[in-house]
Design a protein around this ligand. Structure first.
Ligand SMILES: Cc1cc2nc3c(=O)[nH]c(=O)nc-3n(C[C@H](O)[C@H](O)[C@H](O)COP(=O)(O)OP(=O)(O)OC[C@H]3O[C@@H](n4cnc5c(N)ncnc54)[C@H](O)[C@@H]3O)c2cc1C
Length: 345
């Protein structure tokens, strides 16, 4: 089915910056706070208001807490059928609200849910969507949203505009934008809407949720990450990476090559099509430093690379480089960390 594009719309009818909040089991995803930080910046450049929309069921208190992040308004959509995310239910209620209220910008997190919801919403609204943005700005001349994202395999950055349709919609990568600050005081307005929704509107059925990892991995907020790449040669190599991560109290990351080889789950992948991270310390083990990997970790405070090839591109961006076989370097690193009893870096 082809999406219908809106034609001849009056751009002046559209107003304000909207953030679609994400919640799972009534827990707000951190990207929502990052989008609020960015949305407030854009709204102030436009001289317009920031509004957060959150959908769920029996979670008014949680929705109200968003006002602590300094937004002008929170709209909470409450319906039993919105308790769990489904593409149909969420895209119906959100597209109806957007058609009615006409925001000029809509921001969504580029999470698994956001990557599913964004295109469906854009198609229902007949507007454009720039996926996976890493930078947003307002054009000083015509006030249009400039949406920047990696293109052509990450080899260049493309800036995209949505000149003729509204809203201007972007999904934004988690971990890239600065989080909004929490304030004790609340100034904004709170509204509850109970949208009309029928079970027949939803073609899929929620059966159950299964977590694919025992441990809750949080690469975005990790202070120390030890990542393994194809240089590990096999799945067992990640045991060594885990040992180093453990003595440093860090998390385990990986390159895409390690994920594609089936050695580790995709949730550990760092890079353009994985997670964007900015820890205090990033240790890249057996990772060459392809541009798509660097796109997700080059903002780390300190980068250490362990690679046996002195000409590997990772050495061009690291702060400390160790040329050697990771199977010799890592055990001796672990030993000296344990001997010296380094608890804090
Ligand atoms: C559209 C697109 C999106 C992509 N997204 C991502 C992404 O999100 N993340 C990502 O990582 N990649 C991504 N890639 C893939 C990327 O281009 C590279 O292929 C990938 O990063 C390579 O992974 P690697 O460094 O582990 O493997 P390689 O490039 O094969 O490097 C392995 C390194 O290990 C070293 N080595 C070998 N043995 C040892 C040893 N014993 N001791 C020490 N060093 C050793 C080698 O010298 C080599 O430098 C993407 C590609 C495309 C086209």
């Amino acid at each position: 089915m082809r999406a219908k594009v809106n034609q001849n719309i009056d751009l002046n009818e559209y107003n304000g910056v909207w953030i679609i909040a994400e919640q799972v089991d009534k827990e707000i995803h951190p990207v929502t706070i990052e989008l609020i930080g960015e949305g407030k910046k854009l709204a102030s450049q436009l001289g317009k208001e920031t509004c957060v929309i959150i959908a769920g069921y029996e979670m008014e208190d949680i929705a109200k807490k968003i006002l602590h992040y300094g937004v002008d308004k929170v709209i909470y959509l409450d319906n039993k059928l919105l308790k769990e995310y489904t593409t149909d239910a969420y895209s119906i209620v959100l597209s109806n609200l957007i058609k009615e209220k006409k925001p000029e910008i809509v921001l969504i997190g580029a999470t698994s849910i956001g990557r599913d919801l964004g295109p469906r919403l854009a198609a229902k609204l007949g507007t454009g969507l720039t996926a996976d943005c890493t930078k947003l700005e307002i054009d000083e001349k015509d006030k249009k949203l400039l949406q920047t994202r990696p293109a052509f395999g990450g080899n260049l950055m493309a800036t995209i505009i949505c000149p003729k349709n509204r809203p201007q919609m972007s999904t934004v990568r988690p971990g890239v934008m600065e989080k909004a600050k929490y304030n004790e005081d609340i100034k904004g307005e709170f509204e509850i809407i109970s949208p009309i929704l029928f079970e027949n509107d939803i073609k899929t059925k929620f059966i159950k949720k299964e977590k694919n990892s025992n441990k809750k991995l949080n690469l975005v907020d990790a202070k120390i990450i030890v990542s393994g790449g194809r240089g590990l040669k096999n799945k067992n190599g990640f045991e060594l990476i885990e040992q180093l991560a453990k003595v440093l109290n860090g998390e385990v990351g990986s390159s895409r090559a390690a994920v594609d080889s089936g050695w580790i789950d995709h949730i550990h992948q760092v890079g353009q099509t994985g997670t964007t991270v900015h820890p205090d310390l990033y240790i890249a083990c057996g990772i060459s430093g392809a541009i798509q990997h660097l796109a997700g970790m080059q903002e780390s405070k300190y980068i250490v690379a362990i690679n046996k090839d002195a000409s590997a591109p990772i050495f061009e961006i690291c702060d400390y480089g160790i040329i050697g076989d990771l199977y010799e370097v890592i055990p001796s690193l672990i030993k000296s960390i344990q001997e010296k009893n380094i608890l804090e870096l």
